[in-house]
Design a protein around this ligand. Sequence first.
Ligand code: ADP
Ligand code: MG
Length: 345
Amino acid sequence: MEQKQKRTELSEIGEFGLIDRIKSKFTLQHEASVKGIGDDAAVVDAGEKFLLISTDMLVEGIHFDLSYVPIRHLGYKAVAVNVSDIAAMNGIPKQITVSIAISNRFSLEAIEAFYEGVKFACENYRVDLVGGDTTSSTSGFIVSVSILGEVEKENICYRSGARPNDIICATGDLGAAYVGLQVLEREKQVFLSNPDMQPELSGYDYLVQRQLKPEARMDLIHELKEMNLAPSAMMDISDGLASELLHIATSSEVGISIYEDKLPIDKSTFDTAVEFKLDPITCALNGGEDYELLFTIRQDDYEKIKKHPDIAMIGYVTQKEQGNVFTTKSGNTVGLKAQGWQHFQ
Ligand code: ADP
Ligand code: MG
């Protein structure tokens, strides 16, 4: 009798479960493959330095909506999000390849506008476009960028280096990109219901900009270097702070304790979240696409950053047994949970 093949829905294991499954099937064969799946970038021993490799794909309808994302901005963002993964390893980006799948919906002018954005990002982050691939797609636009970077071996930062008593830091402010997305979505709905209406984005400039034109925090990577401060662990905040904290906790085998009143939230993020009947704290914890840096430092390094205007100390690392906790303003302690971006749901 023919046996029926088991079918497991991807939604049962989720994106990270799937990545773990893939990872479990492969072993690294080369001594030079220092770090494979599981961090912001792969690490290859290139002799004097470590080479960093990362890749990110953006898919129309999943990651962006061209009805309100200018295609030039998309080009910029596709590069910036990759640079962010090199920054997350404490590295310097060097080269990218850009691969695109396009349908006949797109004109030469549109593709050129996309590459203007790519070029602007290349100049801004000092990376060279060295190749790519071009193919057709049945309807949407897909862009996949791969990036190479490098870092001195002693300065590499993994997700796994956090130790109990380390201080947890986040750069910039959080939740703005998510709230910016809500603003853009609202204006799209207004436009769809009445095409004569013009989008009303004034007053939301910062939020919209954070969504459309995120920046990788290379500025802070350079600053940390000047301060002679190597974080003990680091990653970038792409899926939302809570999700990233849990990655650090798992990779470093530690517990995490963070505080609501320490979360860096811009005033316009806060006010607009309230206007949209969203909890600003949830936006900061789970919003995603901030592309800020989340890192931990040893207590001894506290003095070096305590006055930095763009670095917030949001909590500290504990023993694994203490779990991952979030302390509210009123002093209640709740378990830290990730909502983040969940694919396959
Ligand atoms: P990030 O959000 O920093 O881009 P991801 O969550 O996309 O990281 O990926 C986490 C890790 O899993 C990375 O090391 C990445 O290279 C790896 N990864 C993701 N998807 C795949 C895949 N399909 N095959 C192999 N490795 C993957
Ligand atoms: Mg990352």
